[in-house]
Design a protein around this ligand. Sequence first.
Ligand code: MN
Ligand code: MN
Length: 460
Amino acid sequence: MADREELFFKKKNVYDTISEDDRARAFAYAGEYKRFLDSSKTEREAVREAVSLAEGMGFKRYAPDMELAAGAKIYTTVADKTVFLAVIGGRPISEGVNIAAAHVDSPRLDLKQSPLYEDEGLAFFKTHYYGGIKKYQWVTLPLALHGVVIRKDGSRADIVIGEDESDPVFLITDLLPHLGKEQEKKTLGEAFTGENLNILLGSRPEGEEKESDRVKLAVLRILNEKYGLIEEDFLSAELEAVPAGRARDLGLDGSMIAAYGHDDRSCAFAALRALLDAREPERTAVCVLTDKEEIGSEGMTGMQSAAFEDFMSYLCGGLRHAGRTFSKSFCISADVCNAFDPCFPDVSEKNNSAFINRGMAVMKYTGARGKSGSNDASAETVGFLRRLFDENGVAWQTTELGKVDQGGGGTVAMYMANRNIETIDAGVPVLSMHAPFEVVSKLDCYMVYKGIRSLYERKM
Ligand code: MN
Ligand code: MN
């Protein structure tokens, strides 16, 4: 007769189960991940960094005449914002591939196309936010500007201001509490409007007192001298305001990381690192780092783009063959989920929440209002992952996004599953998701790396 121990499912803290060696590896891995975070604050930077790490490990940009023998390492990029990488496996590709798909865009404030204006002696940038943000979190916080500007003559300026210790930063102001009586009566959603998220960037005038827009002129002068820009160049620019500064250890014990963009760089780095480290995969291993997840995965650099079919048809020798390969493939949609927050227990149901330090969080389904807009993975799919992870010492847990009807969300999972690829969501649990600084546990990040690597190296 089975005893209590056997019958009950007991959830465990990874610190109680992890080996000393693995814990040391997890903390070393966290150090690498923090470096990736610091060099990859935008989708373009993440793609550039991924390509540079991959090339360092012998990956080559794909060309049609390339021989794709077992062990070949290739990649291709889409508009510098999405990257597909693959290690060719020992078995024929028609037997299916193993995919981890993560995204490298994060919520932020984009500059509008005509952003620069002056008001009462102060210069500002108008912004249009990207992705789901709580607007009140983005005021009185040091911001950095990252992005590219295409000048009138077609040349390009790469811009990063606010990350170096000697750089200035930018900021959105807020009302002082002394005059906040009316503001405080408003709801969180009403008190800060998207149109009011204006970034302060100058106060020093140039020229004669009687002239207008003297601060704006001085700002343009600086941009012209440093980057050769004129105001019209903002029309063809992508400048993103993100929280300034580096990823930091969080907590006295240094067990967590506070940083901008854990969603979804924690999974993107795990997928990338796992591919770079994968030893002689039997099936071809594919890593997708995609753009535009935060705004619906649309467009040529999003997960719905035909660019993925294009890449896979290269590997499979034609689009028709890619379709057959998809039907035998497996995809981990590697994305973060919400971690249970003891300070906000009401929105979650404890038996079905991910917790910090309990490992890689598997989400059978996402969606909202009765799982709508979700890839609801099958029992067989969860069963496969369960055996895979258990056999490879991957600490994992299951979760769903909050209580039933509390809200909802989605990932790229359904776009992979719509291609006839067996797909499941799994990733790192995050506290304060979509805030300027998000929180993850080092052990959880490492378990996601281990989980994805076990898929790439699977023997089953
Ligand atoms: Mn995400
Ligand atoms: Mn997100």
